[in-house]
Design a protein around this ligand. Sequence first.
Ligand code: ADP
Ligand code: ADP
Length: 234
Amino acid sequence: MIRFDDVSVRYEGAAAGPALTGVDLTVPEGELCLLVGPSGVGKSTLLGTVSGLVPHFTGGTLRGRVTVAGRDTRTHRPRELADVVGTVGQDPLAHFVTDTVEDELAYGMESLGLAPAVMRRRVEETLDLLGLAALRDRPIATLSGGQQQRVAIGSVLTPHPRVLVLDEPTSALDPAAAEEVLAVLQRLVHDLGTTVLMAEHRLERVVHYADQVILLPAPGAAPVTGGPAEIMAV
Ligand code: ADP
Ligand code: ADP
């Protein structure tokens, strides 16, 4: 579902050298794949190449090729990838563009040209899926961190992306809220067959949710992939 062919990324003027060097990877369809490694190793950069943020919004030079469901992320703008890949960052508040939960879920579909009835149905499905139905009319600013992160996930789910990319989605959450978010992700993978790629630096917290783990051991080093038990042993 996600494929990296010899991918390198270099930011202009970065003294530290390339952020990624010669990465080859595949993430199979319908798996929850965890991306781990120390801070600064290139996790956000790798996720950005999948969502199209790198190089379109961050600057930097991308060599090689990243495809998601067969679409080259460099030749599509992130907006043109909304029905293929949904992206959620660490800070849900940075993500929101509308006031209420329901409006936010609808917003992500606006550029897709869907019929209003289809959009309404998708909002209902997503409210149910994420356990947000009772909060639909609430201003997002009044929700807890875990609820906000679920709204952020919901807003990128309504275009029905095949891939969901998350950059440390639980980093600002307490353990109970983090568990809620992880349970939602697991449900997406199992019930809808969504492919999830999630960066996380606290391996122990999330490793038991993963089908596959990608470890970036050091800047510029090749990724190591394996099952949770194999990676825990590295
Ligand atoms: P991680 O997510 O693992 O912490 P990043 O992908 O954020 O790693 O960063 C990898 C390297 O690229 C770091 O040295 C970082 O300083 C550098 N970097 C990240 N984004 C940019 C940018 N927009 N411009 C210049 N350098 C960047
Ligand atoms: P429609 O455009 O009529 O909603 P789709 O072919 O896009 O039909 O989706 C068919 C079904 O797949 C939906 O009814 C929904 O249950 C499920 N589905 C697929 N992907 C997602 C997703 N990302 N979020 C929620 N439901 C999804």
